[in-house]
Design a protein around this ligand. Structure first.
Ligand SMILES: [Fe+2]
Ligand SMILES: [Fe+2]
Length: 158
């Protein structure tokens, strides 16, 4: 399915966001219900949270078709997302929190911006290792090929 730059793509992203939020919200509600002493409701929230994950994944499968993905691309997408949070989203949220005198929220936005930067760095070093690994593999493949070439019996002239 080609969903590039369509309303459907926007809707899939919105639906993914909604289902993802439901997942985390229900896990949080489960924790709260358990703290409030209702294990049955906690378990119900956890079961439903798992179903919300399946709903979110179904949207993701259409947003990121598996035939378009490589490990490099996954890392690249993750880095883009984390850097957006670090450099664009959280600084803006921090400014707005400061303007509204919400110091606690402003501080939390700064902390989360830093966490996102750390995540981006971890993904970036994984991407570097992945590239290095591919170079090493290509090097070994090349050496192996040379060894094979050497072992090929030389045909005697004449
Ligand atoms: Fe759902
Ligand atoms: Fe993150």
């Amino acid at each position: 399915m080609n969903i590039e730059a369509s309303n459907t793509k926007k809707n899939l992203e919105a639906a993914f966001a909604g289902e993802s939020m439901a997942n985390r919200k229900y896990l949080f509600f489960a924790k709260m219900a358990r703290q409030l002493g209702d294990e049955e409701v906690a378990a119900l929230f956890e079961k439903t949270a798992n179903e919300e994950t399946a709903h979110a994944f179904a949207h993701l499968e259409l947003i990121y078709p598996s035939h378009e993905l490589t490990v490099e691309r996954l890392l690249e997408l993750a880095i883009e997302g984390e850097l957006y949070e670090t450099n664009v989203m959280y600084p803006q949220f921090e400014q707005e929190a400061i303007a509204e005198g919400k110091a606690e929220a402003a501080l939390e936005f700064v902390e989360q911006a830093n966490e996102s930067r750390v995540h981006a760095e971890i993904f970036a070093s994984a991407a570097k290792r992945f590239k290095a690994l591919k170079i090493v593999e290509a090097f070994h493949a090349g050496r192996y090929q040379k060894m094979l070439d050497k072992k090929t019996p030389q045909k005697k002239a004449g």
